[in-house]
Design a protein around this ligand. Structure first.
Ligand SMILES: O=C(O)CCC(=O)C(=O)O
Length: 278
């Protein structure tokens, strides 16, 4: 079902991102907040991703969407149908992550394109995108996402390690900053930021008194099955769930054992200088 108007689609094509307010209702947002704050396994699985100044973001990452609340969100029709409309193809769940910046200590993300590292995974086409769902209000003060509007039109640019993150080539970023408008994506909790795999984005450290947690669900397209086996899945059909599934979810309904990625398996980060990864 088409959830995006032709005006939304024109903005998506032009800007490389789209903000959808109330992607989660207030009740669903509150359920998500309660669930993830109480989820000990999720926080124990978090990798410390340090920025260039040593501040850390807690990043928990998983490939299988499963039937917990996060899995249902990432498989919900409201998210998946929008992704399919934006990318013009059937999509599958590539992975999801919780990016948690704690008050005062949460780290920055350097400028990057997600496809800058997904390219290394053998994904030949940039027909890939993510949605960042704000769990807390995201503000300039607590390190909301920033994007360079329209920068996805540049195509993929080179990426190198910066701190423990893969960052885009700084000279090219500098040129891009002169050409494309910098937008701070301040978001109420429950808002979704859909963004293209080639959109340049970053975020500041969280020096505020408030947490800034976000659930990020990433998708690849069926016709872009990766040609190299790697730490995220190849094409496998995604089983969509109706939007009503979120509020019908019961914590006891979690049937699958959850598996999180370890820091050493994640090519977007690295722990020590000698773990050089492509
Ligand atoms: O959490 C953020 O601010 C950005 C996260 C991000 O860009 C990523 O995980 O690729």
């Amino acid at each position: 079902m088409a959830l995006l108007s032709s005006a939304d689609m024109a903005r998506w094509e032009e800007d490389g991102y789209l903000l959808v307010e109330n992607l989660l209702s207030p009740e669903e947002t509150e359920l998500l907040q309660r669930t993830c704050r109480a989820d000990a396994a999720l926080s124990q699985a978090a990798m410390d991703v340090r920025d260039a100044s040593g501040r850390k973001t807690n990043l928990s990452l998983w490939n299988d969407p499963g039937d917990d609340l996060y899995g249902l969100i990432s498989r919900s029709e409201r998210v998946v149908n929008r992704m399919e409309q934006m990318l013009g193809d059937e999509v599958y769940h590539y992975h999801s992550k919780l990016s948690a910046k704690e008050p005062k200590v949460g780290g920055a993300w350097e400028w990057h394109q997600d496809y800058g590292y997904w390219y290394q995974n053998g994904c030949l086409l940039p027909t890939m995108a993510s949605v960042f769902i704000a769990i807390d209000p995201a503000t300039k003060e607590n390190g909301c996402m920033q994007v360079l509007r329209g920068s996805h039109q540049m195509g993929r640019i080179d990426h190198h390690f910066s701190g423990e993150q893969t960052g885009a080539d700084l000279e090219r970023v500098e040129f891009a900053r002169q050409k494309f408008e910098l937008v701070y994506c301040e978001m109420a909790a429950g808002t979704g930021l859909f963004f293209h795999g080639n959109l340049l984005h970053r975020s500041d450290p969280n020096l505020s008194d408030d947490p800034r947690w976000g659930l990020i669900c990433c998708y690849n397209t069926r016709s872009n099955d990766p040609v190299i086996p790697h730490h995220h899945p190849g094409y496998r059909p995604l089983s969509k769930v109706p939007d009503s599934a979120l509020l019908e979810w019961q914590p006891a309904e979690q049937h699958q054992q959850r598996v999180f990625l370890k820091q050493t398996e994640d090519k977007t980060t690295r722990v020590t200088a000698d773990q050089t990864e492509a």
